[in-house]
Ligand binder design. Sequence first.
Ligand SMILES: [Zn+2]
Length: 110
Amino acid sequence: MTQDFYCEEVLSGRTEVEIVMETDNVLAYHHTQPSYEHHIMVIPKVHISSFISEEETNDDELILGILRVIKKISADMVERTGASKIVTNLGSYQDSKHLHWHVISGERVT
Ligand SMILES: [Zn+2]
C-alpha cells in the first residue's frame, strides 16, 4: 500500500478508474475495491493531505468545489438507492494521506 494512493496511482493514471464526474479541480470515480454495493470516491486533483490539514493553503473555493461534486453524486445515489452516506476519515482513521471522501450506499461487500 502506497502512502498516497490518490497522487501516486489515481491522478498519475497508473491505476485506471471508472470516472463518475470530473471538474477542473475534482475527480469522482468508482472505488477500485468497493466496500459497499455503491461506493464512489471524491478527491481533489491537487494534493491536500486531509480535510483538517493546515499545511496547504486553505482554499475555500476548492473545498466548495469538492462539496458541490459530493452533493450531485450523493443526490444521484439517493435517487437510485434511496439512501447515501458521506464519509471522510481523519487522523488514525485516514489510511491514505490525500483528502478523499467516500460516498456510499447499500450493503457492506468486503
Ligand atoms: Zn496526494
